[in-house]
Design a protein. Structure first.
Length: 117
C-alpha cells in the first residue's frame, strides 16, 4: 500500500510556472506507475500526465503537451509535475495517483492550483 501527499499548489498568474510534488510512502515506489489528474469545479476528473516505473516513458493529455513535464525521483519517492505557460483553464484540484503492478490504484488528497487571468 502507498500513501500520496501532494504539495506545491498555489495562486499563480496566467503565463506563470508552478511545480507540484507528490511524495509517496513505502519502500516500493519504483514499482508504481505514477500520474497526475485534475478536476475543475463542475467537471469530471481528467488525465493530465503519467510516467512509467523507471521514468523512461511519459504520456500527456493534449491540452498540456509542450507546457507540462512529469518526472520522478525514485530515490526520493517523489513525482513532480512542472507546469509552465499556465492558463486560467489549468486551474483545478490536482491529484497524484499511483498504479501498482497488480493494477491497484491509489490517490492523493489533491491540491488546489489557481490561475489568475
Amino acid at each position: 500500500q502507498v500513501q500520496l501527499v501532494e504539495s506545491g499548489g498555489r495562486l499563480v498568474q496566467a503565463g506563470g510556472s508552478l511545480r507540484l510534488s507528490c511524495a509517496a510512502s513505502g519502500r516500493t515506489f519504483s514499482s508504481y506507475a505514477m500520474g497526475w489528474f485534475r478536476q475543475a469545479p463542475g467537471k469530471q476528473r481528467e488525465f493530465v500526465a503519467a510516467i512509467s516505473y523507471g521514468g523512461a516513458n511519459t504520456h500527456y493529455a493534449d491540452s498540456v503537451k509542450g507546457r507540462f513535464t512529469i518526472s520522478r525521483d525514485n530515490a526520493m519517492n517523489t513525482v513532480y509535475l512542472q507546469m509552465s505557460s499556465l492558463k486560467p483553464e489549468d486551474a483545478a484540484v490536482y491529484y497524484c495517483n499511483a498504479v501498482s503492478l497488480l493494477g491497484v490504484i491509489y490517490w492523493g488528497q489533491g491540491i488546489q492550483v489557481t490561475v489568475s487571468s
